[in-house]
Design a protein around this ligand. Structure first.
Ligand SMILES: [Fe+2]
Length: 118
């Protein structure tokens, strides 16, 4: 999603948003790596399937920010639900690594909220 929006965002806000979305791509790849490592550590099988929700195609920065906001909010909610389950395992390294991801998602939600504010 972020790679798509980095390429398509248009208008004067492209100046900073294109780079911002590229950075979000890198963060997403890091998060995926953290989650993959956690799955491996728990003897699970990591799969590589994209979330089925479609990427809404637009170059309108307000629509893009709204899509990003909804996505980050959903991610923060999911990690918020996962963390108590991981805590029950008693593996503090695993918990800490996923908590970092959770905080990253929360920061993204707040940053997007501020970006959309008039
Ligand atoms: Fe995120």
């Amino acid at each position: 999603m972020y790679a798509h929006y980095s390429a398509y965002v248009s208008g004067i806000h492209r100046l900073h948003l294109s780079t911002h979305f590229s950075n979000e791509v890198n963060e997403s790849v890091m998060h995926a790596s953290t989650v993959r490592s956690a799955i491996v550590k728990l003897d699970g099988t990591a799969i590589t399937e994209r979330d089925p929700s479609p990427i809404v195609h637009t170059s309108n920065y307000k629509e893009i920010l709204e899509e990003a906001y909804q996505t980050e909010k959903a991610a923060a909610e999911i990690y918020g639900r996962i963390l108590p389950l991981v805590e029950e395992l008693g593996d503090s390294e695993l918990y800490d690594s996923l908590e970092v991801v959770y905080f990253d998602e929360q920061r993204s939600v707040e940053e997007l909220r501020m970006l959309m504010k008039e």
